[in-house]
Design a protein around this ligand. Structure first.
Ligand code: AHR
Length: 501
């Protein structure tokens, strides 16, 4: 919510407008620069007559007057939650409380707060868990909901201060408000931008930010109007590797009316990339991108909507990190973004880009690659090696020597997660039934249940925490029973020596 009452905010905008009109006449160039510098992205959109109707950031205030919380985090150790806020109204995030709150445990981002008066906050996407959402795709969370991003996985700086972005990965991260207030619907004109990065993208559906269906389901062409950023070229025939900024208009991520990117733009990359989409609902949609640290914007497409997308049929839902139908395979990074009512002018968008550059994003050094090692695990519970003999027998610590059945490929991602593929049957280890059944190596590839955190204990041993249910893997009954992810504290049964071959 705004710190300032509506009347005062309107007065401030009026004064800003009057200043802008008066300055060229009286020629106060220095003052003009100072006044402009105090305006944040959503102040600029408002001055341009296309106000933000939903605005989110984990790094900074998007209104000069905003002094409320940016996002909520939840820690695994005790389920406690805390809001992360600003160093000062209109300033950048104060992330120090997050660092201490999350020390020694895992934190997820559970809510992104809307900085506009509409309070269109985005909790974790309900997926199929909400009434009427059965047409969508399951997320990996409770009852088909999605899961939150690891709050510590994407450290950057803004204005020289430490901050964290939202790391959307392909194991079901997503946020959504399916009852968004005062947002464009139907064929009403709408604009949006987000600050992202090319350091983590994918060719799968869909790393999106913007408007989507209120039921987490595919309701047909033109029922979405969201920014897509990635390298998915569903129509085929794109030029270059991507990623590109596109419009997810439902049943297609469009880089132009025919779907393809311009042949002269093979990719749109940067440590920080600003991504822009606007749509007048009937005759024009426009895509732009920019370097989030310097310079202006490049228009990659401005023209007709694809066949079958005029008029638009947008619904009042705002989402981040999923497709319209809750497709969960997109990957991307999000630092801030806003949706506007109306079709923003090019001048307004260029001014917002200048504000993004002035904000001083830097040090996005998290790199995303998967490294592989070959490992075995010896349980502290009984001193025996963990055995995965085949795809019908659960993992158990019962071996006294190491052979193929006690050996695993360990795939380590730089977001802190690992996956294990058993040498015995070449299948991935899963925390079966979301951890309610023992671990077993019977999956063809990694998904949420096949993802674990590798925790390092003070004595040099490791503990596996299942990504999805957040519970620790134990060698049940001192190793006499199969491994299962159902513990909340580390004791000897949850400790394993990691042996690297
Ligand atoms: O438009 C691309 C995707 O297609 C949408 O995001 C999703 O709802 C559908 O699967």
């Amino acid at each position: 919510m705004h710190a300032l009452p509506t009347l005062r905010r309107r007065m401030r905008l009026l004064i800003a407008l009057l200043l802008a009109l008066a300055l060229p006449v009286i020629g106060l160039t220095t003052t003009q620069t100072a006044a402009a510098a105090t305006q944040k992205a959503c102040d600029i959109y408002a001055s341009g007559g296309t106000p933000c109707v939903a605005a989110y950031s984990t790094t900074r205030a998007l209104f000069a007057s905003y002094g409320g919380p940016l996002y909520q985090i939840k820690r695994a150790s005790d389920g406690g939650t805390v809001n992360v806020g600003l160093r000062s109204a209109g300033g950048v995030v104060n992330s120090a409380p997050q660092v201490s709150f999350c020390a020694g445990t895992t934190c997820t981002i559970t809510q992104l707060y809307d900085q506009t008066a509409n309070a269109n906050h985005m909790p974790i996407s309900p997926g199929t868990s909400c009434a009427g959402c059965s047409g969508g795709l399951n997320g990996p969370g409770p009852n088909g909901a999605d899961i939150g991003a690891n709050a510590m996985a994407l450290p950057v700086t803004i204005g020289g201060q430490p901050a964290y972005g939202v790391l959307v990965n392909d194991i079901g991260t997503g946020y959504r408000n399916n009852a968004a207030r005062n947002v464009p619907t139907g064929a009403q004109p709408e604009g949006m931008y987000m600050m992202t990065s090319s350091q983590l993208t994918s060719g799968s559906c869909c790393f999106d930010f913007g408007s989507a269906e209120t039921n987490d389901s595919d309701d047909g062409n033109a029922t979405m109007n969201a920014i897509y950023y990635g390298s998915a070229c569903w129509v085929g025939g794109c030029t270059g590797p991507g990623p590109w900024v596109g419009g997810d208009l439902e049943n297609g991520m469009y880089f132009s009316d025919n779907g393809r990117n311009p042949t002269n733009i093979q990719s749109e990359t940067g440590m920080f990339v600003s991504a822009w989409e606007k749509n007048n609902g009937t005759t024009n949609f426009t895509l732009k991108y920019g370097n989030g640290q310097s310079g202006g914007l490049t228009t990659s497409y401005a023209g007709a909507l694809p066949n079958g997308y005029n008029p638009m049929k947008v619904q009042p839902s705002i989402e981040l990190g999923t497709g319209g139908d809750n497709s969960t395979l997109g990957k991307g990074e999000f630092f801030e973004g806003a949706v506007t009512a109306g079709f923003p002018s090019d001048a307004t968008e260029s001014a917002v880009q200048a504000d993004l550059v002035a904000a001083g994003y830097a040090n996005n050094t998290t790199t995303f690659h998967r490294s592989t090692s070959v490992v075995s695990f010896r349980a502290h519970a009984n001193g025996k090696y963990v055995d995965a003999p085949n795809n019908t027998t659960s993992l158990i610590a019962d071996a006294t020597t190491v052979g193929p059945a006690e050996t695993f490929d360990m795939f380590t991602d730089t977001d802190g997660t690992i996956g294990l593929r058993a040498h015995s049957d070449n299948n991935w280890v899963t925390a079966e039934s979301n951890g309610s059944a023992p671990l077993i190596a019977n999956r063809g590839g990694p998904g949420p249940w096949e993802t674990f955190y590798l925790l390092h204990n003070p004595d040099g041993s490791v503990t596996l925490r299942a990504y999805n249910n957040q519970h620790l893997v134990t060698a049940e009954n001192a190793g006499a029973s199969a491994l299962i992810a159902n513990r909340t504290a580390v004791g000897p049964w949850e400790e394993f020596d990691l042996i690297t071959h």
